[in-house]
Ligand binder design. Sequence first.
Ligand code: SF4
Length: 381
Amino acid sequence: MLQDFRRFVLNKDSLSVATASKIGVAPQRFCDWRWQMKNQITTSTAAARFVTLDDDERTAFADKTLARLFNVAITPYAMGLMRTTHDKPCPVRLQLLPRQQELHDRTGQADPLHEKPHSPVPEVVHVYPDRVAFCVAQLCPIYCRFCFRKRRDAEQGLHFNRTIIKRGLAYIRANSRIKDVLLTGGDPLIASDHALDNLLQQVRAIPHVEIIRIGTRTPVTLPYRLTTALAQILAKYHPLWINTHFNCVQELTPEACQAVSILLQHGIPIGNQTVLLKGVNDSVSKMEQLLRALVRARIRPYYLFHPHLVSGTQHLRLPLSVGLHIMRALQGRVSGLALPRYMLDTAAGKIPLQHQYLLQHDSHSAVVENMHGELWREQLA
Ligand code: SF4
């Protein structure tokens, strides 16, 4: 515990120490993930200890209709990532603080990926033959306003529910085509070490499961959860991969990089899924900063998702042309290692989207467009 605390608090000016001192909490306590979960921010009064709220944010916190549709809860750590004033847009506030605009979305859907009809047993989403998403968790350190699974908040008792887990494991055991199990939710790392160890042991014991993946936003929202003890448990079940979810460069703090580093030291590869969001990462320069920072932290940018058509997110959605423009501009500007694939996530599966670089081809040559937009004929044979 003390060893992990020292890893996270690298100096007295760190975000952890500064935020802890702002709210009068001892840094060692602040860096305890369970303390963070017990002290999630759920009211405007609590949020006002960290940031100055605008009228819309203050009213949205108190709106009972909004609260019924989607949870509001934010770790004190994540509150510390926000700009304290609202004079300029803040990409973290846009993702995490509720806004009244969420109630005025005319086109959003509760389940845009039709996950429910694709679930042969509760909380096991089976779209591709060789893999499933197993939604074992319901709780999160923060509730991202753009989450495409926010429909699950209206239900009760989905978090590490024994019956759901038992039925899900039985389904995976009975389907030998399933090679890859993605544990997701909610955030699966919001469970005790013991519960995770027990679940992973059962998944790994299924002979045809080759790969276990965990989808978690804890490196972004609760880096203190990535303790050495947890990494040692995860490392018992290799090959195990983690996909996390950084959306803007401001989220890549020394604490987040430290959390990632603990996982890497235990041989766990880390990929990143970003959602393209208005005001958060909607320009070439913002995306470039994020991608470069991810690679510096040894996180592989994996997917850039076009925003889902999920209820309450109209103010965060963008046209496809914005994503295509960003990806086109980044081609050649950052290395291939830093370039994610731009994906449209649909009820029929994920569809890669990209600018058309190959203009003509036959068995002898191809006409292609290079990174400067110039046409080039390449001899092939
Ligand atoms: S952490 Fe993931 S599951 Fe939880 S609200 Fe955010 S996007 Fe949704």
